[in-house]
Design a protein. Structure first.
Length: 202
């Protein structure tokens, strides 16, 4: 996205993405709700009633910062630019913690995968058993903190929190997500999001 503001603060049918994401977490009963905020973003853009923590220079650093505002036994991590998750999906990830250290929303891949170098196809990858990971992701808070502390000590970087928990021996399960639970990243994603809000998915 080429906007001056981070995409989380872009309007979607009159409401910012962050407002929609905070709203669904509140509807799921999450408390407190912590938002990590870049220093150059006006705090007035954040919905009222949330705890604001400073964003880090990476996703991982931002989650670590956000964890400092959490005292509950369980924590849900969610992308501010993923406004179509449901409270029910949040509940299902949290419920899965009764038997696992972490739970992540995900959907199985149903498209062919190619390994590409430049413009050339190198090989076709077997997609069986492969899932596309979404948020929300839920964890036991103390365990997630320990995984982040270990990663800091070991200079390890991961693309999501589940990868850190997995690396340090935690058991993570998938919870069936939804194909409408899209992360808005590119301009065309917002066109699809507008259609979803209108209920027009043609």
């Amino acid at each position: 996205m080429a906007d001056e503001l981070p995409k989380q603060f872009r309007l979607l049918a009159g409401r910012t993405l962050i407002d929609r994401s905070v709203g669904l977490l509140a509807a799921a009963g999450c408390d407190p709700i912590v938002v990590v905020l870049p220093s150059d973003v006006d705090a007035s853009l954040v919905p009222e009633g949330v705890v604001v923590r400073p964003a880090g220079n990476s996703r991982q650093a931002s989650v670590w910062s956000g964890l400092q505002g959490v005292e509950s036994d369980r924590v849900v991590i969610h992308d501010g630019a993923r406004p179509f998750a449901s409270p029910t999906l949040v509940h299902r990830t949290v419920d899965a913690l009764s038997h696992h250290d972490g739970a992540v929303a995900a959907i199985p891949l149903d498209e062919t995968l190619k390994l590409v170098s430049g413009e050339d196809v190198v090989s076709t990858i077997d997609r069986s058993g492969l899932w596309s990971i979404q948020t929300p992701q839920a964890f036991h808070t103390a365990l997630l903190r320990r995984a982040h502390e270990s990663a800091l000590s070991d200079d390890i970087t991961a693309t999501d929190d589940a990868a850190l928990v997995e690396r340090y021996g935690g058991r993570v399960c998938v919870v069936r997500g939804a194909r409408t639970n899209i992360k808005l990243t590119y301009a065309e994603d917002f066109e699809l999001a507008e259609a979803l809000v209108r209920g027009d998915t043609r």
